[in-house]
Design a protein around this ligand. Structure first.
Ligand SMILES: [Zn+2]
Length: 349
């Protein structure tokens, strides 16, 4: 476990944090690229030739570069990637449920509460790091979340926390032409997974960032999980690839704005894993899927040593992310519940 920060640190360069999650995205594809068995299986992949041409390759390194080009160029060179279990580097859920609400609760509260055990729209009693930061000087009104899934206002308890949580097709009520355009598009679009497509969540977040300059921004994508449940491996890969491009576009946007350039840490992770040991379990997750607790995380920012893909045997947990977000900004996260220690290797000098 990492060392607890004992005092408010003034030494970090990070002044803003952006967090992005890919729902139910497996570490197997992040580190290994497209799975050759699933991509060749007609029951999961309709356009096998096209997928092979786009994401195929003879080595894992070649395949992952094609699927996640931003991860494996920029983050691999300038940041850190946790969770390649083939190298013994492990990241796991500390909660025992291995599905979305418990996972997001764990990420943002640092507390794998056993009472958080459903995806129902229940106001989360646990305080989260976003609302903690929103109470700090210089951060109030500067914390926002844009999410595809419509349960996030409950997970982050926007009623209590007071932070902006824009979910699914919540109206984008901003006096800003770009956000008004995104609003029209999200309302007029088809909804292949029953909520707004991830691209609208991203564009709303990006245009909000440009116009209102939040200190802490959270973007939650959803498509990968839905396409996996639907057994559509080609669509799952397509969404993962598009989300990598959005994250690359986000990083480029951050580096073009003086408020963010060289002062912003980006954390990308997931809420839970999915099965792999039994191949057909790639579609599924939850505590009855033995390997669905296996996670990954990618980080890039001015305080993160450029270690790239972490190859040393190590173990971190999702519950450590909340304190890490606060620690990057020089705060020690405290709440109405226990909080796990931060991952100090992420911003150790
Ligand atoms: Zn799911």
């Amino acid at each position: 476990m990492a060392v607890v920060i004992t005092a408010q640190s003034q030494t970090n360069k990070t002044e803003n944090v952006v967090i992005v999650t890919l729902d139910g995205m497996r570490w197997q594809e992040v580190f290994g690229g497209a799975d050759e068995i699933l991509a060749a299986d007609s029951s999961y992949t309709r356009d096998r030739k096209g997928i092979k041409a786009k994401f195929g390759g003879s080595t894992a390194a070649e395949r992952r570069q094609k699927l996640f080009p931003f991860f494996w160029t920029s983050i691999a060179r300038q940041g850190q990637l946790y969770g390649n279990r083939q190298l013994g580097n492990k990241m796991d859920n500390a909660n025992r449920y291995w599905f979305s609400y418990p996972g997001y609760n764990e990420i943002f509260t640092g507390y794998p509460d056993t009472a958080i055990n459903s995806n129902d729209k229940i106001q989360n009693p646990n305080e989260n790091v976003l609302e903690f930061l929103n109470k700090q000087k210089g951060f109030t009104g500067k914390v926002a979340a844009f999410t595809t899934w419509d349960v996030f206002p409950y997970i982050l308890n926007s009623k209590r926390s007071g932070i902006l949580v824009n979910a699914d097709v919540d109206t984008l009520r901003f006096n800003n032409p770009a956000l008004q355009l995104v609003n029209d598009m999200q309302l007029l679009s088809t909804r292949p997974i029953g909520v707004r497509p991830d691209i609208f969540t991203y564009m709303a977040a990006r245009e909000y960032l440009k116009a209102y300059q939040p200190r802490v921004l959270y973007i939650a994508f959803d498509e990968t999980d839905d396409f996996a449940h639907g057994g559509m491996y080609d669509q799952y890969l397509g969404s993962a690839h598009a989300e990598d491009a959005m994250i690359g576009d986000l990083w480029k946007t951050l580096q073009q704005l003086p408020q963010y350039k060289n002062k912003t840490t980006l954390i990308v992770t997931c809420d839970h894993g999915r099965g792999d040991k039994k191949k057909s379990n790639w579609q599924h997750h939850g505590s009855n899927i033995e390997d669905a607790h296996e996670l990954w995380m990618a980080v890039i920012g001015p305080d993160t040593p450029p270690a790239g893909e972490l190859s040393a045997p190590a173990q971190i947990y999702q519950e450590q992310i909340a304190a890490t977000i606060a620690g990057l900004l020089g705060f020690t996260f405290t709440a109405n519940h226990p909080v796990a220690a931060p991952i100090s290797s992420l911003y150790k000098k």
